[in-house]
Design a protein around this ligand. Structure first.
Ligand code: G4P
Length: 533
């Protein structure tokens, strides 16, 4: 077996691959934009999201996105800063997100959670957070919009701890908020970073840092504010969670930073701390045990997202993969484990700020998109190593909305079945069939209701099939984990539905949690799971 070179190790060590999560409007786009600005990847604020057109220029790829001014799919951005090569995985910020959002988190090594200081933890953050904790990845909190009236600092920290069940340790502490926002106090250096508004996107030199004991501080904060700060810090030092790098790495403690992305305050401080506290790519589980990027010299990657029709002119699909080990060279041949054969990775692409670029070289930690002639599925492993292995699969996340789907024109049955199966294979939707019947009745399940529109749009535009969707009342899905269970004998509540998924696995749809409990009581030993593995 060949040895890993020092050069590859060095390259991988500089990689920091993380996802940004937040509830819509908390400021994720603005923060990303400021990161790119520091990395020199864009020259001007406003490049990520054009105000006038109200669209996310980076990841728009479908008409539907443009019409609504939202990004349906998640995109990846790469930039360099301070000797690090940073990959940001963006997750859609609107209410209706899809499974892609969850899957993106499977490709990240850590997560940055953006919270609006006036709102605290909101619904979508809570959902995404669940996946982060399932993976035990480090989670960093940026409390944004301090230039607006904010909730009390202790309340915000309590909110994170209570709502998300993770200890929160403030790295810095805000002094006032809104019109009275004066800056943040860095707990380690005991210096106050004085608030300045540099929203125009030009980075104005160094942030002014003044020691807490320095008399000059009184030029910026009142005696009252200083007294309040001292009191709050004393309280926090005495009773709050303390900094512990090990707990951060295990995802059990979230370092918290305060700032204002719009005015460009606290962003670089956050970035610098974050880069030191987060990890380079670590081992990933496979069927031959953990695969360590510092030991495995050969290329390996797994597919976490498949995106169709990036280019309207040709019906192409791009498979996004997270490189775990080794180096990638454009046009290389690798073994596709699930396909059982060698494939050439062609037309590799990477997003650099707002441009899509062909990539010649990438390494462990990076994300690339390669042309997919329809052979890849979510979770597939690709490897150039002699000793073959498969990375642990990506769980199927539970859809929360269901509808019965029919084609309007019965003559178009064939196209309909082909289209809906292809879209389901890409992982954009999940389809289910009645147990014991053929394809007559198709039920589609989605994580966010917007996916219904995406399905309708794509079937009409790509497969020329018009469909009708009838919403179903189910909200809960459970995969049956006992292989021996006899589906015909299983007795549930009258509103329960027995179905199977694309892989033929049996599962149950429920209207409410009460029905789940009743069904479990009526069938002793029945094992139900929220994720299909
Ligand atoms: P998102 O990606 O999380 O959905 O949020 P986004 O960055 O688009 O920000 C949502 C709104 O909040 C934007 O205003 C943005 O300018 C504003 N914002 C972001 N960070 C801050 C901050 O630190 N302070 C203040 N005061 N506002 C902030 P908008 O008017 O909805 O959009 P736009 O017209 O500015 O694009």
């Amino acid at each position: 077996m060949s040895q890993i070179t020092e050069d590859i190790k060095r390259q991988i060590e500089t990689r920091r691959t993380f996802a940004i999560i937040s509830h819509p409007d908390a400021g994720k786009t603005t923060l990303t934009e400021k990161f790119l600005l520091y990395g020199g990847a864009i020259n001007q604020a406003g490049s990520v999201k054009g105000k006038a057109t109200a669209k996310h220029a980076v990841s728009d790829w479908m008409e539907i996105e443009k019409e609504r001014g939202i990004s349906v799919t998640s995109s990846v951005l790469q930039f360099n800063y301070g000797g690090y090569c940073i990959n940001i995985l963006d997750t859609p910020g609107h209410q209706d997100f899809s499974e892609d959002t969850y899957r993106t988190l499977m490709a990240a090594d850590s997560a940055v959670m953006v919270i609006d200081a006036s709102k605290g933890v909101e619904a979508q953050t809570r959902k995404l957070f669940k996946v982060c904790t399932m993976r035990h990845i480090p989670i960093f909190t940026f409390i944004n919009k301090m230039d607006r009236e904010a909730m009390d600092t202790f309340e915000l920290l309590d909110d994170i701890e209570n709502e998300l069940g993770i200890a929160a340790c403030p790295v810095n502490w805000p002094i006032g908020s809104g019109k009275e926002f004066k800056g943040v106090y860095d707990r380690a250096s005991k210096k106050v970073e004085v608030f300045s508004d540099t929203r125009k996107g030009t980075i104005q030199g160094e942030v002014k840092k003044i020691d807490i004991t320095d008399l000059e501080l009184s030029r910026f904060i009142t005696d009252e504010q200083r007294a309040q700060l001292e009191e709050e810090i004393e309280l926090q030092d005495g009773a709050g969670a303390q900094f512990d790098q090990e707990l951060i790495s295990k995802g059990e403690l979230s370092p918290v930073f305060f700032g204002s992305a719009l005015t460009n305050f606290g962003v670089e401080t956050f970035l610098q701390h974050f880069l030191k506290m987060t990890t380079p790519p670590l081992s990933r589980m496979s069927d031959k045990g953990p695969v360590n990027p510092m030991e495995e010299p050969e290329f390996s990657a797994f597919v976490f997202k498949i995106q169709a029709n990036m280019n309207k002119a040709h019906r192409d699909r791009i498979a996004f993969m997270r490189i775990c080990t080794g180096e990638f060279e454009a046009g290389m041949d690798v073994y596709h484990m699930q396909g059982g054969r060698k494939v050439r990775l062609s037309q590799p692409q990477q997003l650099m700020a707002s441009e899509r670029k062909m990539v010649e070289h990438a390494c462990g930690g990076d994300i690339i998109g390669v042309f997919d002639p329809g052979i890849f599925s979510i979770g597939d492993t690709l490897t150039a190593a002699d000793e073959r292995f498969c990375y642990e699969g990506i769980p199927t996340f539970a859809p929360e909305h269901f509808a019965r789907v029919r084609q309007v024109d019965t003559m178009k049955r064939k196209q309909f079945i082909k289209g809906i199966n292809q879209i389901a294979q890409e992982g954009a939707i999940q389809i289910f069939q009645e147990f014991n019947t053929g394809m007559e009745e198709i039920i589609v399940g989605v994580v966010g209701v917007l996916q219904f529109d995406v399905l309708k749009y794509r079937l009409e535009n790509e497969y020329k099939v018009e469909i009708r969707l009838d919403n179903l009342p189910y909200e809960y899905i459970r995969w049956i984990e006992n292989p021996e269970i006899d589906m015909d004998k299983l007795s549930g509540t009258s509103d329960m539905k027995k179905v199977k998924d694309l892989k033929g696995r049996p599962l149950l749809l429920f209207v409410n949690e009460w029905s789940i409990r009743m069904t479990q009581e009526r069938n002793e030993g029945l094992m139900l799971a929220e994720f299909a593995r």
